[in-house]
Write a protein that binds this ligand. Structure first.
Ligand SMILES: N[C@@H](CCC(=O)N[C@@H](CS)C(=O)NCC(=O)O)C(=O)O
Length: 292
């Protein structure tokens, strides 16, 4: 689990904070996942909204509690936790309420591997989001913002030099150099989701939730991915059990509430996806053109 050591934390005022504080962004999938988990646990938390569209995550202050400059970040009684899946596991162990992690070692081992798999696909989620959610002019991070990000922060996590920021910087630089997310990135990402969703479908043919024991953090983590990719035009109905599970969880208030998008933003997104379709480049058109 990724808990920062005192030497990683440059914004030292948080060391004195009491209670649960979540730094998050409304539309960030990793934040949404964490907020759902906190809600399912029935926990109260203080909200610190960080607008990543205004690069508020690249300030010295924020990078002083998250050297990777990423959402979400949790401060609990002066301890700083990063990485959404690790935050959820930490909170599950630290508080009472519905158990989101299984006690059974075999189920836990399966879950850990599947949570890592979900996390590894995050840049694929991001690629599709930046291609299909809104036009690239509204989504891109100008080089000057990336320069600030690259220069900021001491970059140790758990006292060790951390390579994550370099991966992030490379993502944004590549996107700027190519004028957006390329067709190749779209196809690669869709390919990965077809494989991943096929695996989820197999689980859901056996169980009501991804673990035999009922709703867990694994459902929350994968559901957020499925929700996002579906909203960008992926034909989730190709996987009937996955689609039924997706809809079942979407009907829950504690899930739906955290992914609610302002209607005017949804309108813009629909318009953008319609424009992609006119170009013959919607996600489904790209899939068909590549035999997927
Ligand atoms: N593995 C990390 C990924 C975190 C991540 O990439 N968060 C995104 C939002 S979903 C972010 O902060 N992006 C920064 C940006 O767009 O500037 C986690 O699960 O917390």
């Amino acid at each position: 689990m990724v808990k920062l050591t005192t030497s990683d934390i440059k914004t030292t005022e948080v060391l004195d904070w009491k209670g649960l504080h979540l730094f998050h962004f409304m539309g960030s999938s990793c934040s949404q996942k964490t907020r759902i988990a906190l809600g399912v646990k029935g926990l109260e938390w203080k909200s610190h909204h960080v607008d990543i569209s205004k690069f508020e995550n690249f300030t010295e202050w924020f990078m002083g509690i998250n050297p990777r400059g990423l959402m979400p970040t949790l401060v609990h009684d002066g301890d700083v936790h990063i990485e959404s899946n690790d935050i959820i596991e930490y909170v599950d162990g630290a508080f009472d309420g519905p158990r989101l992690y299984p006690a059974d070692p075999e189920e836990k081992a399966f879950m850990d591997a599947s949570m890592r798999y979900e996390d590894d696909l995050h840049l694929c989620v991001r690629a599709l989001t930046f291609r299909y959610f809104l036009p690239v002019e509204m989504m891109k991070k100008p080089d000057e913002a990336v320069d600030v990000y690259e220069a900021e922060g001491a970059e140790t996590v758990g006292g060790q030099v951390d390579g994550r920021k370099a991966i992030e910087v490379n993502f944004w630089r590549k996107m700027n150099a190519n004028g957006g997310i390329t067709d190749e990135q779209v196809i690669d990402a869709v390919d990965q989701f077809l494989i991943a969703f096929g695996k989820l479908e197999e689980r859901l043919e056996q169980y009501e939730y991804l673990l035999a024991g009922g709703l867990s953090a694994l459902d929350i983590a994968w559901w957020i991915t499925v929700f996002r990719i579906t909203k960008l035009g992926f034909p989730t109905e190709r996987f009937p059990m996955l689609f039924a599970w997706y809809e079942r969880l979407l009907a829950r208030e504690d899930f739906a509430r955290e992914v609610a998008t302002p209607p005017e933003v949804m309108e813009l997104s629909k318009k953008h996806q319609a424009a992609c379709e006119v170009e013959g480049k919607s996600m489904q058109q790209m899939m068909a053109a590549h035999g997927l």
